[in-house]
Ligand binder design. Structure first.
Ligand SMILES: C[S@@+](CC[C@H](N)C(=O)[O-])C[C@H]1O[C@@H](n2cnc3c(N)ncnc32)[C@H](O)[C@@H]1O
Length: 362
């Protein structure tokens, strides 16, 4: 158990390690100074800021990201979270909507699926309290993952943890390996996780997380003036965020199938120049919400490509944005293996570099 346990409540595709925002904020920031992350993902920056007693704002246009980041700013005792799950399940309300078909039959035991649907529907009706926000994040983290030999720690049949299995592939795999879903104890899994992630709470600090599009200037209209922007935008060309999280999306109100169309509110990867322009809008928006002398620190990278060299894409996005680039440092070797790009290609075929880019308000 440790004060930073909550950060691991649920993996998020393309998350960066906690050490990165923690190191830069520790080095340059002070307690009480506001921090913004306009591409906050699972809320790693918000959580680092919280550990340092710095209030923060997170924005992400993915509902899964926003749900997880909200949990990074919430506080509730483990017992309250478990009691809240119990209360929902013992209300004996039949869920209105239970997905059917081969995938769902093999992914979850019949009883587990009913309970998940009860929890889902209760939280779709109301997820405003910190207790429910934390319960939702705990469930998202337990929704799919490996099946250990001993006690189950996930609700699903054997699956990857970081991304959701694609239905046709998963059905084939489970059938071939004769894997039936286990009748898991949903409350026991929630209790074990609540104790792991919530027993040693970090300090409570102010902050907010918005499910919104950072390209829109209005997104930042109620954001207090910040001293820091610490963030990692999508890497150009890597655009699978939402379909790869389709099961977690389903739990928070999405459809019970994979949707491949361009998700609403995401930067568009249709051309490097266009992509730079879209990032430029975000840098300009956050510059408008920061103090004189504020810093913008960006982790950015990607696959080297003559058409879209990552640093070229980023530098172009910073032009006339209100920010002046000061230094760019290659991400240290110690972060290798946990890097964002490794989550796309286990053994990258092309050279990949990631940089930490430091900018000052111009
Ligand atoms: C590289 S990830 C950030 C990961 C984060 N640093 C973490 O540790 O979880 C980039 C994020 O940008 C979000 N995003 C893409 N376009 C966006 C937009 N227009 N406005 C807000 N968020 C956006 C994606 O949903 C994704 O969560």
């Amino acid at each position: 158990m440790s004060v930073d346990a909550l950060n691991a409540v649920c993996p998020y595709y393309t998350m960066y390690p906690l050490d990165f925002p923690l190191r830069v904020l520790k080095e340059h920031g002070r307690r009480g100074e506001w921090v913004i992350d306009p591409f906050c993902g699972r809320g790693t920056t918000n959580f680092a800021a919280r550990l340092l007693e710095m209030p923060s704002v997170g924005v992400d246009s993915s509902p899964v990201a926003a749900a997880l980041a909200q949990a990074k700013l919430a506080s509730a005792a483990p017992g309250r979270v478990v009691a809240s799950a119990r209360a929902i399940l013992s209300s004996a309300k039949e869920p209105r909507d239970v997905p059917t078909g081969e995938f769902w039959r093999l992914a979850y035991h019949e009883r587990t699926l009913i309970q998940l649907c009860q929890l889902r529907e209760a939280m779709l009706t109301d997820c405003s309290s910190p207790t429910r926000i934390l319960l939702r994040a705990i469930i998202l983290g337990a929704l799919h993952g490996p099946r250990p030999k001993g006690t189950s720690s996930h609700f699903s049949n054997q699956s990857p943890r970081t991304f959701a299995p694609k239905p046709a592939y998963a059905v084939k795999y489970w059938t071939k390996h004769r894997m039936a879903p286990t009748d898991v104890d949903v409350v026991a899994i929630i209790r074990a996780r609540a104790e792991r992630y919530l027993s040693e709470p970090p300090p409570s600090v102010r902050g907010m997380v918005q499910l919104a599009d950072s390209r829109q200037v209005d997104t930042f209209k109620d954001v207090p003036e910040a001293h820091f922007v610490v963030t990692s935008p999508p890497y150009y060309g890597m655009r699978t965020y939402l379909p790869d999280q389709w099961l977690r999306l389903w739990f928070i109100g999405g459809p019970d199938f994979v949707e491949y169309r361009q998700p609403h509110g995401q930067l568009t990867h249709t051309g490097a120049k266009h992509f730079s322009n879209e990032m430029n809008r975000v840098w300009t928006n956050v510059a408008g919400r920061t103090t004189k002398g504020a810093r913008l620190i960006i982790r950015y990278g990607g696959i080297h490509d003559r058409e879209a060299e990552p640093m070229g894409v980023l530098k172009a996005s910073l032009l006339h944005s209100g920010w002046r680039m000061v230094t760019a440092k290659a991400v240290p070797d110690s972060d290798r293996g946990r890097r964002q790009v490794r989550q796309f290609q286990a053994e990258p075929k092309k050279a990949i570099t990631e940089y930490d880019v430091y900018c000052h308000r111009a």
